[in-house]
Design a protein around this ligand. Structure first.
Ligand code: SF4
Length: 138
């Protein structure tokens, strides 16, 4: 039997837009503990309870690992290419039949600034709608 390997992985918390620096203790590819990174200028070693303790979802059996499309009332796994084409077709259909203001988008506070920027750009330039909001301002 091989010995367990534990390593420390430096990363950024993905829970909110604050972006605290974290140090993950990882044993055999599983997160076993999280500490705040004292070298991170945003949090200087501090974290909130979510950043420090809410990591079980990473290895949860129920975690979705591929896109799902509803077919005949059942969710069926599919590829990213198929899922993205499905979404593009639906958005195109809605825009053509009901106008761009029939579409709105909710951006995620857990995303990066760059992702949020490109999301609003997509809505305004590609869809033609200002209907965009997010939970960032809570
Ligand atoms: S540790 Fe808490 S405050 Fe810091 S980024 Fe994560 S969720 Fe936000």
């Amino acid at each position: 039997m091989e010995a367990s390997e534990t390593k420390t992985v430096k990363t950024i918390c993905g829970y909110c837009g604050t972006g605290c620096g974290l140090l993950l203790e990882v044993t055999d590819n599983n997160i076993t503990k999280i500490r705040g990174d004292k070298a991170a200028p945003v949090n200087k070693g501090q974290t909130c309870v979510k950043g420090a303790f809410a990591y079980k979802y990473v290895h949860a059996d129920e975690r979705l690992k591929s896109p799902l499309i509803r077919q005949d009332g059942r969710l069926v796994e599919t590829t990213w290419e198929t899922a993205l084409q499905f979404i593009a077709d639906k958005l195109t259909h809605i825009k053509e039949h009901f106008g761009p203001n029939a579409i709105s988008m909710f951006a995620c506070a857990r995303s990066t600034n760059e992702s949020n920027y490109i999301t609003q750009k997509f809505m305004r330039a590609a869809i033609g709608s200002n209907n965009i909001d997010g939970c960032n301002r809570t």
